[in-house]
Design a protein around this ligand. Structure first.
Ligand code: FAD
Length: 406
């Protein structure tokens, strides 16, 4: 428990955090990786280079400062980050290291403004925040290990099948090398792949949503090949998976994690809106509703740049033909063929409020959304323009948590 004085000091630093939050977190990561280069094996360096991780951490520190007298208010955020930490294998020992470097970064950035009193208050507050994370994560580790087919750390899987789903997306069907059972998962969850790429000094960790329903004897991930564009280099792990790994090869996975999950008790109609490779967690959710809730109306909206990069099109169409509860809508930004009788798309261009109005069910529905950040922002705004209540909209970023609203 923090005393009132400490709480007051932390709260007094909120405006400073608002202004200098990302400067502090940028400095923090510089110090962290200089002092502990082994952590480069854990943190996604692309997110670092793009500044996404620094922004996400700054937002989390800011939220913790604002709610320092009632950390329960940020429990959903703690849980979301806890899932990621559990899937990366972050242990309690990491927290003092982070605390030490965070305080050093505050000192470096704020200079004389970071008085001993402020640093001491932040030291104490960090201890309380760290304990909240450690407690949540300890429960998650235990749950994962106790679950039938569960495991701790990284387990060896074999690529049983590698299936091309579009010009850029390929699915990998993964079975455990030990031949034993695999943990079930909640539709929408992801696994973390730990990848050692020949010639690379550090290990890479990447999350991939499980794209099939949980009732299968394998895990399926569907990965978009991130080719190089203009000045951007090719994606490391996705390109290695596509080009260098084949059926029979091994992949290391931690157990499924994540809080972007289908409400399976829900009875309202459900709408899935996926952009590009963001359709993957939604496929798992959609197939789960088909399997378990035959009465629940499903609207599945899949957006892609064009028909060549549209994954699992034939499979989804077949599902719609077999299941009256499922209606499928396809949006192409720039279709290569304008012949809709062959190409089966019903909207050209970006998804907007008018188009959504034409396909959303008339009853209040649960909406699940995933795709590139600009896509999610546009669709979120379009949903709001259609008076969809915010609490009905669930979404996930394929990267550090960000903000979806205006
Ligand atoms: P990286 O090497 O990480 O690069 C990513 C992109 O950044 C590339 O386009 C690259 O060109 C660009 N880039 C790299 N360095 C720089 C730089 N210095 N400056 C500018 N640009 C740069 N992906 C899927 O395909 N399928 C999924 O189902 C899926 N599910 C996910 C679920 C979650 C919860 C999360 C967090 C992510 C998910 N992802 C998924 C994304 C996935 O984890 C990887 O981020 C993605 O595969 C790219 O990894 P990479 O190593 O290939 O690319």
């Amino acid at each position: 428990m923090l005393n009132e004085n400490t709480i007051a000091i932390i709260k007094s630093t909120v405006p400073v955090l608002e202004k200098y939050g990302t400067d502090i977190t940028k400095r923090f990561y510089q110090l962290l990786f200089t002092n502990h280069p082994e952590l480069l094996n854990v943190f996604n360096q692309t997110n670092q280079q793009k500044g996404r991780q620094q922004t996400a951490l700054a937002n989390a520190v800011y939220a913790a400062a604002v709610h320092i007298d009632n950390l329960a208010a940020i429990l959903p955020v703690v849980k979301q980050i806890g899932h990621k930490h559990r899937s990366l294998g972050i242990q309690p020992e990491a927290y003092p290291i982070v605390g030490e470097n965070l305080l050093a970064a505050i000192k470096d950035v704020l200079g004389d403004a970071a008085t001993d009193e402020i640093l001491q208050a932040w030291g104490e507050a960090y201890g309380v925040i760290a304990d909240a994370f450690i407690g949540v994560e300890a429960e998650m580790y235990k749950e994962t290990e106790d679950q039938a087919g569960g495991w701790s750390g990284f387990r060896a899987f074999r690529i049983d099948r590698k299936v091309q789903e579009s010009d850029v997306i390929t699915s990998f069907y993964l079975v455990p090398q030990d031949g034993k059972a695999i943990a079930s998962f909640l539709p929408g969850q992801y696994v973390t792949v730990q990848m050692k790429i020949p010639g690379e000094e550090y290990t890479h960790m990447r999350q991939y949503s499980l794209s099939d329903s949980p009732d299968k004897p394998y895990y399926r991930i569907s990965v978009k090949r991130e080719d190089s564009r203009a000045k951007e280099p090719a994606g490391k792990v996705s390109v290695y998976l596509h080009e260098s790994l084949n059926e029979g090869d091994e992949l290391l996975l931690s157990a499924p994690a994540g809080d972007f999950i289908l409400d399976q008790a829900g009875t309202r109609p459900v709408v899935f809106i996926g952009g590009g490779v963001g359709f993957t967690p939604l496929m798992s959710m959609m197939q789960t509703v088909l399997a378990n809730q035959p009465e629940r109306k499903i609207t599945f909206i899949q957006a892609a740049q064009n028909e060549q990069v549209h994954a699992m099109k034939a499979h989804v169409q077949e599902l719609a033909e077999k299941n009256d509860q499922l209606s499928v809508h396809i949006c192409y930004e720039k279709p290569l063929s304008q012949d809709r009788t062959v190409n089966h798309y019903d909207h050209e261009g970006f998804i907007d409020a008018k188009y959504l109005k034409s396909v959303l069910p008339s009853e209040e529905a649960d909406i699940y959304l995933c795709g590139p950040v600009p896509f999610m922002k546009a669709v979120y705004a379009a949903l709001q323009a259609n008076q969809v209540p915010t609490q009905r909209i669930h979404y996930e970023f394929f990267g550090p948590a960000g903000s979806i609203g205006a």
